[in-house]
Every structure is written in C-alpha cells, then in structure tokens.
Design a protein around this ligand. Sequence first.
Ligand SMILES: [Zn+2]
Length: 481
Amino acid sequence: MKGLHAKMAWKVIKEESIWASFMARKYGSGSNRNKSSLWSSLLPIINDLKQHSLVMVKDGSCNVWDTPWCIPPIPKTSNTPYDGSLRRLLESVSIKHRIISSFPPYAKDKLNNLSLSNDRDQWVWTGHNSGEVSAKAYRDSISPYDAGNHSWSKIWLKVIPRKLSMFIWKIKHGITMVDTFIQSKGFHLASKCRCCIMPSPESADHLFTSSDLASNIWSWLGNLFKCRNRFYNLQDLLKFWIDKSSSASQVGVMKLLAFSIGLWEIWRIRCSATYGEEQSITLPHKKFFIFHTLRIIRLRTASFTPHAEASDSDLVLLSDLNIMSRPPKIHRTSFMSWCPATNGVTVNLARSRNKVAAILRNSKGGFISAKLLSLADSSSLHFLSSAINSVISLVHSSNLILTQFQWDSDFGSASTKMWIASFSDIPAITIGKSSNSSARLLVQDWAGSSVRPGSLTKRQLPLSVFLSLERDKDNLIQDLR
Ligand SMILES: [Zn+2]
C-alpha cells in the first residue's frame, strides 16, 4: 500500500495528471488539509519524497518556495509578498528586486546562473537511479537497512551448513512448526512443550529460549565461549548470538556456527520427543554435546581465513579451546595517486557521520586551506548540499576559482552525482579511497578529537594529514616528469 501511495504522491508532486493537480490544489494548503483520508495518508509520503528530491530547472514552472530547485529549498514565510513560479520571478524585475534580498547566498547564486528553456521542469527523486518513484523503489528505500538487519546476511556464511542457515531463517521469520504456529493457522490442538519438566505451551520463544533444554544448551555454549548465557526472549537471544558475532573474526564465526548448532540441536531433540517412540526428552549429555560441537567447528572452519586480527581475549579463548588462531587475510591496496584538476582549486571531501573535512589545493598540489564542517544530520541530500554550499562560499570569498570536487564512494552515492549536476556547474568526481586519503585522514583525526569546526592552516593540520599531503604532492611531481 505504501508503495502505491508513493506513486500517487509522486504524481501530486509533479502535478502530472488532472487528478494530481486537483488534489494538490484542493488539499495542498489551507483549511482543506485534513479533510481527506487519502490526503492525510499521502501527505507524510509527499513530504518524505520532497526531502529526497530535486528539480532540474527547465522552464521555471516550479514554485519559488518549498521546491528543491535550490537545496535546501527556501521555506515560504507568511509575510512573503510573492507566491508564484520561478519563471515569473525571473521575468519581472520588480518582483525580483523585492524578494531576492531575503534569499540565502546559494539560492541567489543559483538564480543568477539559471537559463530557462521550453521543456517542463523535471522532478528527480534521488532514492532511485532513474530519478523516478515506483512502488518497488519506494518500498526498497524505506525498508530499514540498519546494522541489525544487515547482520542477518551472516547466517548464510559458508561455514554454516545450508540446512542450519535455512532453519535460522525460518525462526527469524516466525515460521517454525511449533504448536503456537500451528494453532495460529486455525488448527485446534492442545499444546505442551516436550522439553520441560513443568508443562507449558510450546511457542518458538519458549522452546528456543527458556525451555529446560534451551537453558541447558545456552548455558553450555555460554560457558564454552565465556559469554552471556541467560536470555529474556528469542529476539534477545538472536541479537546476542548473531548481531554481536563478527563474521570477520575467527571467534565470531565460531560463535555463529555454535549458535546454529545449538538451535538445530534443540529442534532435533524436540522433534524426536514429539514424533519418536519415547514421547519424552532425553537431555543430551553436556560433555558429549560440547565435544560434538567443537568437532564440527574445527572441521568447518578449517579453511576459514578471518578478515580481522584476533583480539587478546579471542586469543586466550582460542588457546583454551585448543584451536589454532588463524592469521587474517592481507589486503593489498593498490595505491592510486591523487590528481588535481589542471587549473583552479580542487576540493577533496571526506565524511565521518555528521562531520565533513574539505581540503583545498591548487593544481600543483599546493595546500590552500582545510575546512572542518559539522552539520545537522538530516537527509543525505541536505547534508551534502550544506557541505558543498559552505565550501563554495569559502572558495569564493577568497577570490579563487573552484574547478573540481573530489570524494570517494563513502561520501556520495550515485544519485548524489545527479544532484550535483543540477546544483552547480562544478564537476564532482568519485576517486578511489586511497587517492582521497588526505581528506579521509583529516576527518578521521577530527572525529576522534574535540577540535571545533572551522578553517585550518597548514600549521594546524595533524601530522598524519600533513605527511599525506606531502606524499600526494611528491607523487604528482613524479607523474608529471
Ligand atoms: Zn518447555
């Protein structure tokens, strides 16, 4: 439903059909705002889409206020004497004269550089590379992709048998055939967990977290890995064993594997008690279970190469378990040298959370200045635009000519390129992380310090950045030879 609403909302924003124009005019503002239930479900989506959109100005038909022809858009204030299109504003000297003084500098710049054509203004949504909202693209853009969610890819690691990965996946999606699941599908059945001495209904939560069998398994594995062994519910359990285990480290992978063995063992014993002849469970023997688990871990991680160095506590654990610690994979970075534009100022940008570092250099690699920016973390588009705006004004105020922005893949996505194309005529290129290392080092150093935002002179740079700048320059001279 959200996806469909998004498509409708997008039509309203673009006023593409008679219906969409009607909706926008009737409900868009004023007292009718709350009168339609469809409109009240569209409104938050419209706002969200607008936050992540921009207008490629062609005929200037978009409204001056609140539309992203410049970013961030200029909000309309109640005492604004003008409420019309960009085109009318540009064509009327008197209107322009009256209101342009209230524009922020970046909007004035943009306005002065606009040349109108006859095509209709084009709305571009940065949530998808096509610039268009489709039901699917919108759903994808709002589905949470946080660390917790992302970590689920770990269950498909090669070291975990596919059968077990599938099983964890089913548990995660709540589709294991426990009694409460079968009941929820409309089948009448009396539920009794077979894995406890005290009877209680069998839910996935109970069976895998707090049944007698589960408590035993998690306490054994907790002791084996010297970690937590009591859990409140299934979510808590999964969060601990999956989210907190790093798939890059040897011990992390061992934990993930041990956890999947534990879950599988609970399920296996539960099933044999349910369908087997005995009708009651036989708890596994602790020593046997641990021996069996360690044997599988040794076998399955024999050819695993970690990507991260083992921590001190991991090394102790490995030696206690009598498992050899494995050296991490060596990453060979191919060093690409930095290269500025042939004239004017080249700006390298790097970002760490809400902090941005900008390094300004001339075409010979000479350092001009560096700027540390701390920004309000709103949408990525607004974040990037305020960073660019302040760098542009810094360069202009020192009467230099800005020729190129450079950043690496951590800084801007593909859709931001589209944005920069519409925003300014200064080209931005994505360079390799190693080529952008001076800016990266600067922002990393800053993220860990209490230095205030502002400009830095060469003397104020951290040593690592200073050396990196020198190296960039040296490489440049060698390249020129
Ligand atoms: Zn039970």
